[in-house]
Design a protein around this ligand. Sequence first.
Ligand SMILES: *[C@@H]1O[C@H](CO)[C@@H](O)[C@H](O)[C@H]1NC(C)=O
Ligand SMILES: *[C@@H]1O[C@H](CO)[C@@H](O)[C@H](O)[C@H]1NC(C)=O
Length: 316
Amino acid sequence: MATVKFPELAPPPMEDAEQLRKAFEGWGANEKLIINILGHRNAEQRKAIRRAYYEAYKEDLIKALQKELSSDFERAVFLWTLDPSERDAVLAYKAALKWKPGNHVLIEIACTRSPHELFLARQSYHVFYRRSLEEDVAAHTAGDYRKLLLLLIASHRYDGPEVNMTLAKAEAKILHLKIADKDYSHDEFIRILTTRSKAQLNATFNQYNNEFGHAINKDLESDTRDDYLAALRAVIKCMTRPEKYFEKVLRLAINKLGTDEEALIRVITTRAEVDLKAIKEEYYGRNSIPLEVAIAKDTSGDYEKFLLALLGHESD
Ligand SMILES: *[C@@H]1O[C@H](CO)[C@@H](O)[C@H](O)[C@H]1NC(C)=O
Ligand SMILES: *[C@@H]1O[C@H](CO)[C@@H](O)[C@H](O)[C@H]1NC(C)=O
């Protein structure tokens, strides 16, 4: 359900690297060429180009891009060109260091990636920052949030499809009981959300809905001003309906006066190779305007062209 289009048989990585080098030469960079190459290569192909570039010029392609490009276009090309686990590390670092209640980027990374991808992101974090994501999250969060976030980012859930219905029934009851008591950070409540597999949780939430007559997220809306409850809803949405979660992030980013570029770039670069197609469908269903049209209205120049390429729409 990716949107980005790439040739099945891409040119040899060295050829792409040479083209990119050429694009950086002369007065100003040749942005069109950069978009034509990097906007049409998958993660594996980009990695090979980066390696070839380093071998030929003894310079990291990422550094060269940062030197040549600027502002939103630079940020988008930079994040896109990184390996997905490095990209997650960069995003998590920023999210941890400027964390405040209501910022759900750490939850998004912990709950929409596969357990293995999350593991790789934590490893890249060690390499980049010489410390752990857990340390940084612990240092910048407090209280109920700290307990929830630390367990979420450190979790290594089982990733298989098996579901135990007896367990789903028992744990739906526990969740319901804790919600009725407004005991939202109870150990058992947090344990279930942070350790069970996504398939198991989906069954538990379906069971909750069937037995108690409301979706669990409706019952977590008792106080819509409560940031911690919003965080719990984000956890549940990210794990069961990520396309819905991302549709909302995009909608808020685009509708905001003066577009939230950071959120827009984050969602497009992290989902273009995953589920951006489903997110686009969700967006159209909700807003009656195609996502690429909404983005084209709010952005311009090479930045717009690059985002549209990742969305699978050529602007030329
Ligand atoms: C399902 O969960 C119940 C309750 O935890 C447990 O007793 C049972 O052994 C589990 N069944 C399987 C097949 O794992
Ligand atoms: C969750 O359960 C519903 C109902 O059984 C199913 O249609 C849906 O595909 C499941 N979603 C995931 C992510 O497992």
